[in-house]
Design a protein around this ligand. Structure first.
Ligand SMILES: [Zn+2]
Ligand SMILES: [Zn+2]
Length: 157
């Protein structure tokens, strides 16, 4: 059983915890994430919904109020996590909301076609848009088998 890891929003009214290892870590460079994050890309750690729980406060829907649900703190508006459309039982938690962010760089870049030209992460896999649906299990398997030293290697974009 993995250690429980805790996190929360900027103001601390919403707190959450995860009780398992992430399934996959992703940097999304799409222009939507650039706006939502006020930065060059969003960082996600994917977890089973069973491993994720809110421990304080009540997150509200933000961003584009569409089928993919983006959850924010109602007070400080931090973008905390996302429940993707059409993927049941899965939640993408923003990596920098954890009290102690993991030191590993993201494993997969998506929407690199929309990235700012200087924004590079050194992720092991990169996609212009999204991987095809059937590629996700392969990426998840590769993430589980990864050599954790790779993320600490020198990276020259
Ligand atoms: Zn807050
Ligand atoms: Zn995005």
């Amino acid at each position: 059983m993995a250690d429980v890891r805790q996190g929360g929003c900027r103001c601390g009214k919403v707190r959450f915890e995860v009780s398992d290892e992430p399934i996959l870590t992703v940097a999304c460079h799409c222009t939507g994430c650039q706006r939502m994050s006020a930065s060059a890309f969003s960082l996600s750690e994917g977890y089973s919904s069973d491993a994720f729980q809110i421990t304080a406060g009540t997150p509200v829907i933000g961003g584009i109020h569409g089928p993919t649900r983006h959850y924010h703190c109602d007070y400080c508006k931090s973008w905390l996590y996302t429940e993707p459309d059409a993927i049941e039982g899965f939640v993408n938690v923003r990596s920098t909301m954890f009290d102690e962010p993991r030191p590993e760089r993201p494993f997969v870049n998506v929407f690199v076609s929309e990235s700012l030209p200087w924004a590079r992460t050194g992720a092991a896999h990169s996609y212009d848009k999204l991987p095809a649906m059937e590629e996700w299990p392969t990426l998840i398997g590769a993430f589980a088998q990864r050599d954790r030293a790779w993320s600490k290697e020198e990276f020259n974009p």
